[in-house]
Design a protein around this ligand. Structure first.
Ligand code: WTA
Length: 649
């Protein structure tokens, strides 16, 4: 193995880890050669009401697609996350919660969480929610959000969590797609010292003429501020909970019954409702949480992701709770009120495992090490990274300043669609290289293919695909199975296409190079450029828009928009601000364009297709070697765009 920039597994970690390198190799081999035998054993890590006898029935052939795991077994996800831990003592801490204001502290034991979930499950039933119904959750980072999710799981309802940063329009389209009759929200959220008008956003979403399905809005009182109230539709969380019984036997669900929906962006069209089912997802989330973070009973685990993203689902709720872990949940952002907050929280709660995103690491790095002078950090053992490629500089800073050079970093590559981590180091098994997600997890068969779908061997670079199914895989796009087959299984026949590019080095390590489609990754938040474009063209003064990502020091990628205004409209700074606000209102703050370049024309082929590769290069300020422009209808457009480009760094 090349030793250049290799970080060896620390000896003490390897000696005590759940999985060392020998075990990794043996188990990985077995998982690939004998998946049925491997997963038959792993499936036992969760409790089944009726044990499975069937393990895997899967095919990636687009004509005969099928994905079924543990499919004759029955179980309940909430019982696995709660009831089964009560035997070891209901006093074990499930959630340590710290508010945006650090003076707000709460803890919930497994016993208390169980009690709350059972009550809230009965609340949902009292509001007419039945097995199979979709319930929308638009909540801040408070324990009640986990309660709401697990309560849905308890009665077999399908939760659809919408990230609290999304706009009323984005809520409306998701609510409608799932035909939710019930929305769970809070009066306000609190983040970074500001309040977020969650209930107000729901009110606006429900004014949308297309949204007819919602009958009830359950509102948690978080800040107590004045809110608009619709009698008969809106109901307080606490008044319902007071009346609810704490007795609620879990519903017996089939392994392949839906557990949740989570909307995510693709390269075209509206966000897709990614559907995950119960048995395989839970086995995969629990197993990957345990092995990837080398989780040992009693350890304090902190995932900084918002529960509105897949990381919050798999590695703040389902994986850790299935393992009986103690989870630190933070309402706000880890660099507020100062960059020291992250270190203070690690020390205050004696965090053993930290899972965060490169964008936070870069933001802290930009603020300087001095904020960590008081930080002790001796509790910390393992650190994770997720959501986007981590640049080696940020990796090293994370390792040195947060991990004090003794904590292995697990750079975990995965997607909303994959349900759990697929390519990652294991702390006790894998020597790491900054910037590489390293090796496949158990049961995962990655490959690189060229644009024709030919498998590339050895050290190489290409499109990242997966050759076989794993239990945590999504099963369909809610309400649009054809789009599921088309998006993931038709580009390369017989393979799942991730949309990412990757390089494999001479040691077989994978380096994710980023999306090869029109999805961008802004501060670890996934966005389709098409969504931002359609928001822009919905503005009355915009004739045409093309959006691309460009390298951004903190966010990883920034949003660069080329906008053509309608005839006779003068560009101005005011209009630029207006368009930024407009996109914010249409989608949410995370989609706000960083740079808007006025473009009198866009580079198009003679048949009218926008040649985005030119736009990407100009946005990245790579203007010396643009490639062949001869297929353009009007090659002169390029020079004009180059001249007035905005990113000259
Ligand atoms: C990117 C987040 C490099 C990738 C869990 C993927 C990463 C997309 C990594 C999925 C990583 C995620 N290294 N890139 N460790 N983790 N990505 O659905 O482009 O929000 O396809 O899931 O994020 O984003 P999603």
């Amino acid at each position: 193995m090349s030793t250049q920039s290799l970080y060896k597994v620390p000896g003490d970690i390897a000696a005590n880890a759940l999985i060392n390198n020998e075990q990794y190799k043996k188990m990985y081999q077995e998982s690939i050669v004998n998946p049925d035998g491997f997963w038959r054993e792993q499936g036992k890590r969760i409790d089944w009401i009726k044990p499975y006898t069937k393990i895997k029935q899967t095919s990636f052939d687009d004509k005969d697609l099928s994905i079924n795991w543990f499919y004759d077994g029955t179980l309940n996800a909430s019982a696995n996350c709660l009831d089964r831990h009560l035997a070891d003592g209901s006093d074990k801490i499930a959630i340590i919660w710290e508010g945006d204001d650090a003076r707000d502290q709460r803890t919930l034991t497994y016993g208390q969480l169980h009690d709350q979930v059972c009550r809230f499950a009965n609340v949902l039933r009292s509001q007419g929610v039945c097995r199979g119904d979709v319930v929308t959750i638009y909540m801040p980072m408070v324990p009640e959000t986990a309660v709401a999710m697990l309560a849905c799981a308890r009665i077999g309802a399908i939760h659809s969590v919408v990230f609290g940063g999304f706009s009323p329009d984005s809520i409306a389209s998701r609510v409608n797609d799932g035909q939710s009759r019930v929305i769970i929200t809070a009066d306000e959220g609190v983040r970074g010292g500001r309040s977020i008008p969650l209930k107000h956003n729901v009110d606006l979403a429900l004014e949308h003429p297309d949204v007819q399905c919602v009958e009830k809005v359950i509102v948690l009182k978080r800040t107590g501020s004045d809110i608009y109230w619709v009698e008969g539709r809106d109901i307080w969380w606490h008044s319902l909970m007071e009346l609810a019984s704490e007795h609620c036997p879990p519903e017996e669900m089939g392994a392949e019954d839906p557990l949740f929906l989570l909307y995510t962006s693709g390269s075209t069209g509206n966000p897709k409702g990614v559907l995950h089912t119960t048995g395989g997802y839970l086995v995969y989330a629990a197993m990957s949480h345990e092995y990837v973070f080398d989780y040992k009973p009693g350890e304090v685990y902190w995932c900084t992701a918002d529960v509105g993203w897949i990381t919050g689902h798999s590695y703040m709720v389902y994986g850790p709770f299935a393992n009986g872990a103690t989870v630190l949940m933070h309402e706000g952002v880890p660099n507020y009120p100062s960059p020291a907050r992250l270190g203070e929280m690690i020390d205050r709660h004696k965090v053993n495992i930290l899972y965060t995103a490169p964008t936070l690491v870069r933001a802290l790095m930009a603020e300087g090490k001095e904020h960590f002078e008081e930080y002790d950090g001796s509790s910390l053992r393992i650190m994770g990274s997720v959501g986007e490629p981590i640049n080696p500089e940020a990796w090293r800073w994370y390792h040195e300043v947060i991990g004090h050079e003794h904590c292995p970093i697990v750079d975990t590559w995965w997607q909303t669609e994959t349900g759990g981590i697929l390519i990652t180091p294991l702390p006790g098994a894998t020597d790491t290289k900054p910037g590489s997600a390293t090796r496949p997890f158990f049961g995962v068969k990655p490959a690189l293919v060229d644009n024709q779908g030919n498998i590339l061997e050895g050290a190489n670079e290409g499109n990242l695909v997966l050759l076989d199914s794993w239990p945590g895989q999504m099963r369909t796009i809610y309400g649009d199975h054809d789009r599921f087959v088309l998006t993931y299984f038709k580009t390369f026949r017989g393979m799942y296409f991730t949309g990412d590019g990757a390089r494999r080095d001479e040691d077989g390590y994978y380096w994710i190079t980023g999306r090869v489609d029109d999805v961008i990754n802004v501060s670890g938040h996934r966005l389709g450029t098409a969504e931002v474009e359609s928001a822009l063209v919905a503005h009355e003064k915009v004739a045409e828009a093309a959006v691309v990502g460009y390298p951004h020091d903190i966010k990883g990628q920034g949003i660069y928009a080329y906008v053509t205004l309608i005839h006779d409209t003068e560009p101005s700074e005011e209009l630029r601000q207006e368009l930024r606000q407009w996109v914010r209102k249409e989608i949410g703050a995370l989609a706000t364009p960083d740079l808007i370049q006025w473009a009198s024309g866009l580079p198009k082929t003679r048949s009218g297709k926008i040649m985005r590769r030119f736009l990407r290069k100009i946005a990245a300020n790579e203007v010396t070697n643009l490639g062949d422009a001869s297929t353009l209808a009007d090659p002169a457009v390029i020079d004009t765009l180059i001249e007035s480009r905005l990113n000259r760094s």
